[in-house]
Design a protein around this ligand. Structure first.
Ligand code: ACO
Length: 273
């Protein structure tokens, strides 16, 4: 297997994924007004994810209808996601791993998969992970890619990649460290231990822990609350908050002024016009 195999024709980003593409990716997409729900939909495999899943997620992000302001990510069946489809390591489930011999091609390959996660941080949307059961490896990282994690009391997080000889490379290391700190992140990743819901809440890995049967209603209530906020103010505030950890106080103050000037223009500029 060589890195040349990773070069594949790219679908047109303007057209959203069709049902067949989503089904092959093990995904379902339901758009209801301003709320899009992405469902990991291979319950018989505990929503294990393949390259097609990550590319499918990226395609959903690229083609998200303009009016969508909340994206809910959830899993069908007993688990949120059991992470990477282990069949891919033995050549099944559409596997075509780059072997790393062409670093640039391997880098592009992984970046394409990461794009399935990064769009969830876009300022124009608020992403909510509705997690239950197992959220392992790439599944845990998908929850970490979301802005808000609402978890059921049966949730079990585990960052398993190092135990399999890999690193977590689906955008999860940054939010994990930002939430729990370097030392706790190191302990979780290098022991690959399971974090239950109560501990997840204590560590800040969940904004809400709810009984399994109220997960969907809690998520719906949070989505409704988000939609009640002015869209421009929501996007500007998310930009500010995401930038805050990397900014000095002076830089953050400047960013606040910049965003507020934009808000003032919208309020008073519109009134003058
Ligand atoms: N890849 C492929 N198939 C999987 C995966 C997976 N990651 N996880 C579960 N399945 C399959 C099982 O093989 C089983 O298939 P079968 O019915 O044909 O035997 C089916 O899904 C149900 O799995 P069970 O183990 O029977 O379900 P259970 O609810 O008891 O356990 C659990 C769920 C804990 C998730 C367990 O399946 C498991 O440990 N899976 C492997 C998790 C893993 O190591 N993931 C890799 C993480 S690293 C990364 O993501 C990069």
């Amino acid at each position: 297997m060589t890195d040349a195999r990773v070069e594949e024709p790219r679908p047109d980003p303007a057209t959203g994924p069709g049902e067949a593409e989503l089904a092959e990716a093990g995904l379902r997409l339901d758009v209801d007004g301003a709320i899009a729900t992405v469902t990991l939909n291979r319950p018989e495999r505990r929503n294990a994810m393949t390259f097609a899943t990550w590319r499918g997620l990226a395609r959903i992000g690229e083609s998200l209808p303009e009016g969508v302001r909340v994206v809910v990510v959830r899993g069908e069946g007993p688990s949120f996601s059991a992470g990477i489809d282990l069949g891919m390591f033995s050549g099944g489930a559409g596997s075509a791993f780059p072997d790393g011999s062409d670093a640039a091609a391997s880098d592009r390959f992984i970046a394409e998969l990461q794009a399935g996660y990064t769009w969830l941080r876009r300022p124009e949307i608020v992403s909510i992970a509705a997690v239950h059961g197992h959220a392992i490896g790439g599944g845990f990282q998908l929850a970490l890619a979301c802005d808000i994690r609402v978890i059921a009391d049966d949730t079990r997080f585990c960052m398993k990649e190092p135990a399999l000889g890999l690193v977590p490379d689906l955008t999860g290391t940054k939010p994990l460290v930002e939430i729990v700190g370097v030392n706790r992140a190191l302990e979780l990743c290098l022991t690959a231990r399971t974090v239950l819901a109560d501990e997840a809440a204590r560590l800040g890995l969940a904004e809400h822990v709810v009984p399994r049967e109220t997960l969907d209603t809690t998520v719906a209530e949070i989505a409704a609350a988000v939609l009640a906020v002015n869209p421009g103010a929501a996007a500007a505030t998310k930009r500010l908050l995401l930038a805050a950890p990397g900014n000095t106080l002076d830089e953050q103050c400047a960013a606040e002024r910049h965003e507020q000037i934009g808000r003032l223009r919208e309020f008073f500029g519109a009134a003058k016009a």
